[in-house]
Design a protein around this ligand. Structure first.
Ligand SMILES: [Zn+2]
Length: 286
């Protein structure tokens, strides 16, 4: 992936090297890995938990320490910032083409743990988008785990895919899709609510593909093997792949993010079409 020479983003927050005490609360955004009671509430659904999290977090602010970043970490930060900039430019253009205004979300890098608008995040949370403060949060150690724990091939474009997926949730928030989906979940069985969650997640994958399509046109940024890196990451974070790895068997009703095949297919559909109107992942369950 070619990314050098990008402008800076005022929406990039590098909080690495700062650590503060906090409880592990948030469940994974791009993955269905569960922490505590939050298995049902990945990523964007975390909003409804905010009041509970606030209660749990009361009196929980430990002193903050800071250390200097290494040269490698600084370079890594520049790379992440460049991806954020590319999402700003692409979605700014797509929204403009549709007579809308894109509101840029922040992207926060942290290490260890961090207080977010959706409660405390830790490195175990995985990258996620918090609709309450409209920020994407990431501890970069996730990308190492993506390779070692989940068997993805890794690479810079795996990271780009994950960020583009989380930004996709921001787009859904701006378009009102996330709110609509939560309303649709009300009063539904768990299995039905999970299907809606899967549709939302697959659409975020689709948007990641659309972003790739546009960014290729605007910045000619893809290099040999990049799409394979995204597909490998999408495969690794499929519910079936994760469940097979972690519990040894697969329970489709409990899927919240979609199978590996679905995630890859929707990413590719977005990438090939570049048409945001072709991303109705809810059609099948309506
Ligand atoms: Zn997601």
């Amino acid at each position: 992936m070619k990314w050098s020479g990008r402008r800076n983003s005022e929406n990039f927050e590098d909080r690495r090297g700062m650590s503060s005490g906090g409880k592990t609360i948030i469940g994974g955004g791009i993955i269905g890995i569960v922490i505590l009671l939050l298995n049902v509430f990945g990523g964007e659904n975390a909003q409804m938990l905010t009041p509970i999290l606030e209660q749990m977090n009361q009196g929980n602010s430990a002193p903050t320490e800071q250390r200097a970043l290494t040269a490698a970490e600084i370079e890594e930060g520049k790379f992440i910032e460049a991806i954020l900039v590319d999402t700003e430019d692409v979605w700014g253009k797509i929204f403009q083409e549709n007579n809308m205004q894109y509101e840029r979300p922040n992207l926060v890098l942290f290490t260890d743990s961090y207080e977010t608008g959706c409660g405390s995040a830790t490195s175990a949370s995985g990258p996620f988008y918090c609709p309450a403060d409209q920020k994407v949060y990431m501890d970069l150690s996730f990308f190492e785990e993506l390779k070692t724990k989940f068997g993805a091939q890794g690479g810079d474009f795996a990271t780009a895919y994950v960020i583009a997926h989380e930004i996709g949730h921001h787009v859904q928030t701006l378009l009102g899709t996330s709110t609509k989906m939560r309303q649709m979940q009300e009063g539904k069985s768990q299995a039905q609510a999970n299907k809606l969650s899967v549709a939302l997640e697959l659409q975020a994958d689709f948007y990641a593909g659309v972003w790739t399509h546009y960014n290729q046109k605007m910045n000619n940024f893809l290099e040999e093997g990049d799409i394979d890196e995204a597909l490998s990451a999408a495969h690794a974070v499929g519910d079936d792949a994760i469940q097979a790895k972690i519990q040894g068997h697969i329970v489709p009703e409990s899927f919240t993010h979609g199978t590996s095949a679905q995630r890859k297919a929707w990413f590719m559909k977005g990438y090939k079409s570049g048409d945001i109107n072709q991303g109705d992942t809810f059609a099948e369950i309506r």
